[in-house]
Design a protein around this ligand. Sequence first.
Ligand code: 1ZZ
Length: 588
Amino acid sequence: MSADWKPRTVAQALEDAAVSTQTGFRFLEESTEVEPFFTHAGIERSSARYGGALQALGLKKGDRVALILPDNADFVFAFLGAIRAGIVPVPIYPPTGLGKLAGYLENTLHIVEKSGAKVLVTSGEIKRMLGTIQAKAPQLEQVVAIEPLRSAREDLRPVKAELSDPCFLQFTSGSTSRPKGVILTHENLAANVRAIMQLGLAARDSVDSGVSWLPLYHDMGLIGFVIAPLYHVNTITFLPPLLFLKRPARWLETLSRYKGSISFGPNFAYALCVKRIREQEMEGLDLSHWRIAGCGAEPIRAENLRAFADKFARVGFDEKAFVCCYGMAESTLAISFSKINTGVVTDTVKGDALWAEGKAVPVRADDEGAESEGAVPIVQCGQAFEGHQIGVFAPDDEESARPLADRDVGELRLRGPSVTPGYYNEPEITKQAFAGGWLRTGDLGYLADGFVHICGRSKEVIIVNGRNYYPQDLEWEAGAVQGVRKGNVIAFGTMKPHNDRERVVIAFETTVSQPAEKQALQAEVRKAVQQALGLTVDDVVALAPGVLPKTSSGKLQRARTRELFESGELLDRTSAREVDKLDLAKEL
Ligand code: 1ZZ
């Protein structure tokens, strides 16, 4: 950590980085072999043109502009241009198909209205799909196609921002509620970038280079690979997310070709590589420069990461490169990282004590009866960054008055300069999000010697006979059954139909369609989960691919699935997901 660290606004960081004519952003495209490279000086110039064009549309300091831009280069320049003009960008995920356009339009309209955006900038094609959105959002004055803006020659009139000014709004794709706009100030971003790059990853300015296929409308791709590298003048190569999903080997080939040292992905991305990359695709790969292989955004399964390390060790991948990360949009992006150069560290605890008493009791090799109690390996995600705090409290402790003891499971809560001032235009929800000055994450977990371990989302816990089960444990067991599409399994508890006790339901996707085969598969799933966790599974539902609901960043929507199950709609669903940018249906 450098002693002379001073927070800077995002615009200052970009202007400082613009002295560099060597480092910058490279944009790979799906349809062409062309790989346009913009130096930091070039990013400064291009973003100034886009920013000038936004000002010419009449946007002023503090106005919000909604951005639905599937092209990564357009997005980056419009996003940074807006920020330099003091305009607050609101990234929105692009539609992915005509499948569930109605749901997409409804969500988009909600975000546009909540953010109070005056202008929406998108591609000509999406503009046509959005149709009459303007008529439904009174404050939306213009829907503008990006294509003519690309050649605009307007001069940017830079607008100075204070550190406490909102920089952009990050709408979170809620699993239970409608999306809420997390306000991120320049101060939040500067503090979190410092935590990520200096304290967490010991990033080498101008030397480390990144590769990212992550969508730019989600915090991990946007802050991790667009904003953070401006502060540290790193070269980043971007791939469109669909390119990775169609052929995961492209991710690793790009890392190999450009000697990438930093790249991140959720757990599923590593599993996808293990499953889909063929031997011949590995020929010629060299992953020996990959120093930080970050994993976060969803529950991490050590087994998946080990399988990745085993498979790719022979092309130079070092398992010590794995960094397990915990984060959330309300804390800007990162909350904690496991120690670099260490690899995956797990804390193996007794299942019985975890589920029945909420205590993480370590299993030792010589523990008698450890086997029968079930051993649960929980991935360790590091400690709070300097200047930040992580506390564990009973979920009903409204004041965050009494932190729980080490190894007691409770709600993880946060304090520090990365924590958002609140949700835009949502005073009530903002109030509920804090308890005694701490941000409530809604995640359950525990600390062991200050190290964070995440068990699951508090609202998704399945309670049976007073024991708490975490859905991902059931989902992982079910996903291991041949015929079940890994990553496309959702477990939840419901009081319906009898309202007498919580029933355990597992819904999964499969390509098996013969009724007899389906039934056999359902029975096998029930048996696998029951045997592994010792709980009774009441209902097992086999569904066609693409039916289970996910958020725009590909996370499983358990609460929504429960609602669909309770209303009897789950079994009737045959069409594709409402939002499926990171759709794994075809992949896992
Ligand atoms: P979001 C240079 N969750 O997912 C690149 N981590 O935010 C730096 N559950 O608001 C990149 N285990 O969408 C740094 N380990 O969801 C990246 O997701 C650091 O339930 C990771 O409340 C950033 C992730 C950002 C993100 C937040 C929710 C959390 C939690 C779940 C995140 C998890 C995890 C289990 C983890």
